[in-house]
Design a binder for this molecule. Structure first.
Ligand code: SF4
Length: 705
């Protein structure tokens, strides 16, 4: 038998055809009709069926509800009913003793939109806690705020087809050759058909993506804003800006012009470690091409200047009129399969459903009415974002954390703080598909969740395309769909806390019912999907939002933006250095990166031995000159130290890492390394606008172990 679904790894959102016998998944291939991939899959996608083999299910899945009688005690298997009674009793106790804000939810861009909707309604509607945030905070929050500041709405204006239509592509802070492989393949095919196309890559490392570039700007980490300002300076100086577009469709250009006046290419070249001529050349190619597209990801987002980096890049598009036409626009690539769905459904501390704002009383009232809250009930305002939530837990303010489909005891920065927070909580619930993640060590209650191939719903990829995720086989053991786990607890909690009205989850008793409520929340909003249904997705395949009679491939083609004035805004943010700087004590600049064949903390991709063939173990990569200067040999064990922690790893030499810099893969945690894994070293400092942590820059010292 065959079931069409979507790959659960990256934000490209490739369609897959699951081959199965109704009980077991036996194979997978690319869906030739899915518009994201037209049948292509990368190595991770091609191996998906191996993550669902009987051996993996028996050995590496969480199949049983488990409870710990006390901290430090062994987990004991229990039944769902006992688990739900315990879960509800503990949350009600903490709610009663400390108030709703003592409860936090940390969820995931791996969840389906329907799961997000269920968690959001439970947290804000039933319990009234403001604290719900997602690991998408680590992924896309700077892009969200950047789009909203510049264009007025969190809406990526482009489509994948633009990659094939662009005359110039600027890739910055991204390595799609490894992180978005199927999209990159599309770029390669498009490039072969357009021999004159220019590819500019801005990246501190010489990555596989940079190898293909016509121009690689190997900048110093964290200096992106200065470079963007210099590119704009060069455009203005050479008369490459689009004066008509600036006058008719934007506001704020004069203030920005004043700011970038001082960022001459000569000055930026010194700061960024580039040649001045490279900056002039990049500006000319970008501005003078008939169409210029930028692709960007964590190198811009995971920064204490994440929002400023996003808006500085969008400034360049606006000043040169490179937006709202085929092959042009600022196109943020999402890391996770459903980072977009989480944004749309508002499952984040700074968002409400339908791109609403929790700080806006009208928006809160609209969502309260949609969910069916009583007239005397109010939704809470904005809550703690991811790292702030763990900081509040470390201070003892948050007493209960419900964590779903993510592994914060490995993936969040500043692990010493995160682990202290988990330890201090009175009650930690972990809802997970895979067994033995680092966070499970801190859980009082483990709830087994269904995963890819076993659950129903939708995801939205980087190009705003909504795809169906379908169940091919039943969930194993006691595993249940995430939305259903939430609903069961929510019904019991609602009856206890809000007996005066009908339960909020009474009618939302299926993925489709949750999705229809989500659809309702989008009506009249920028992401309106009023014309879409599960039936349309079944009949016509994946669709882009906004969707009425059809989806929209490209936004802002009329040059009317989503701001109150209809004009896009130039944002004049001065360059700020990263929060840490290399020093005599910590002389290296550490960046973290993604490997081609692994995903996040490897709970899924790590179940496939073949995926370790590409890179089998973590190594610290240094430029050969840096190793020689320190008399270090390849393979030698090194002690790595940052201001927050240390770990021991072997050295690898890589001329693609610039002198003075160091590179670590992001995937390995305490299961593989002594201590807390890679994120023992990284920094929890955040962008003030987006609250996204600076995972891409830490000062580091190395010495022989
Ligand atoms: Fe899955 Fe991304 Fe690979 Fe496509 S490119 S198969 S979505 S991991």
């Amino acid at each position: 038998m065959e079931t069409r679904s979507t790959c659960p790894y990256c934000g490209v959102g490739c369609g897959v055809v699951i081959e199965h016998d109704g009980q077991q998944i036996t194979g997978v291939r690319g869906d030739p009709e899915h518009p994201a991939n037209f049948g292509r899959l990368c190595t991770k996608g091609q191996n998906l069926h191996r993550t669902a083999s009987p051996m993996v299910i028996q050995g590496q899945r969480l199949l049983q509800v488990q409870r710990r009688a006390a901290r430090g005690a062994a987990l004991q298997p229990i039944e769902w009913d006992e688990a739900n009674s315990h879960l509800v009793a503990e949350l009600l106790r903490i709610h009663r003793e400390h108030g709703p804000a003592a409860i936090g939810f940390y969820i995931s861009g791996q969840l389906l939109t329907e799961d997000y909707c269920a968690f959001n309604k439970l947290a804000r509607g039933v319990l009234k806690t403001p604290h719900i945030d997602s690991n998408s905070r680590l992924c896309m929050s700077s892009a969200v705020v950047g789009y909203k500041q510049s264009l007025g709405a969190d809406a990526p204006p482009c489509s994948y087809e633009d990659v094939e239509q662009a005359d110039c592509i600027l890739i910055t802070g991204a390595n799609p050759a490894w992180a978005h492989p199927v999209l990159f393949r599309r770029l390669e095919v498009g490039r072969a058909k357009r021999p004159g196309q220019k590819l500019i890559v801005i990246d501190p490392r010489r990555t596989e993506t940079a190898e293909l570039a016509d121009l690689h700007l190997q900048l110093q980490p964290g200096t992106d804003v200065a470079l963007m300002h210099a590119l704009l300076h060069a455009c203005i100086w050479q008369g490459f800006t689009d004066a008509d577009f600036i006058r008719e469709h934007t506001e704020g250009f004069e203030a920005l012009k004043e700011l970038v006046r001082e960022w001459t290419p000569a000055r930026a070249a010194k700061l960024c470690g580039l040649k001045e001529a490279e900056i002039w050349q990049a500006a000319e190619w970008f501005a003078r091409a008939p169409s210029s597209l930028s692709l960007y990801c964590q190198g811009l987002n995971q920064s204490s200047s994440g929002t400023a980096k996003n808006t500085a890049l969008i400034n360049l598009h606006l000043a040169t009129g490179q937006i709202g036409k085929p092959g042009a626009g600022p196109f943020s690539l999402t890391g996770q399969p459903n980072a977009m769905g989480g944004r749309e459904s508002g499952g984040m501390a700074t968002l409400l459903p339908g791109h609403r704002d929790p700080a806006n009383a009208t928006h809160r009232a609209e969502v309260a009415a949609l969910w069916g809250l009583g007239a005397d009930e109010q939704l809470p305002g904005p809550g703690h974002t991811a790292m702030a939530m763990f900081e509040a837990a470390a201070r003892g303010e948050i007493k209960a954390l419900w964590i779903a489909c993510t592994n914060p005891a490995q993936s969040l920065p500043d692990q010493a703080l995160v682990r202290a927070a988990l330890q201090r909580c009175e009650f930690v619930v972990l809802q997970e598909a895979f067994a033995g993640t680092a966070t499970a060590d801190f859980a009082d209650l483990l709830l087994p969740a269904a995963t890819w191939g076993e659950k129903e719903g939708t995801v939205t990829n980087s190009e705003r395309r909504i795809s169906r995720v379908r169940a091919a086989v039943p969930a194993p053991g006691q595993a249940r769909a995430d939305w259903a786990i939430v609903r069961e607890a929510a019904l019991r909690l609602d009856a206890a806390l809000n007996p005066q009205r009908a339960p909020l989850f009474a009618a939302t008793d299926s993925p489709e019912a949750l999705w229809l409520e989500h659809r309702e929340s989008t009506l009249g909003r920028d992401l309106d999907i009023g014309g879409l249904s599960y039936e349309t997705l079944e009949r016509s395949g994946p669709q882009q939002w906004p969707y009425q009679q059809s989806g929209k491939a490209r936004l802002y083609t009329d040059h009317r933006f989503a701001t109150p004035s209809g004009r896009a805004r130039f944002i004049a943010t001065p360059y700020r250095a990263p929060a840490e700087s290399a020093s005599a004590k910590f002389p290296l600049q550490l960046t973290t990166s993604r490997l081609r064949d692994q995903w996040h903390a490897m709970s899924r991709s790590g179940t496939v031995p073949g995926l370790f063939a590409h890179e089998g173990a973590p190594v610290l990569k240094l430029h050969p000159q840096d190793a020689a200067r320190r008399r270090l040999q390849a393979g030698e064990l090194l002690r790595l130290q940052s201001a927050r922690g240390e770990l021991v790893l072997p050295l690898a030499l890589d001329a693609g890492v610039a002198p003075g810099q160091a590179d670590l893969p992001m995937h390995w945690g305490s299961e593989f390394l002594a201590g807390a894994g890679i994120n023992a070293l990284t920094s929890g400092v955040r962008c003030p606008d987006s609250q996204q942590p600076e995972l891409k820059f830490s000062a580091l010292a190395v010495e022989p172990a």
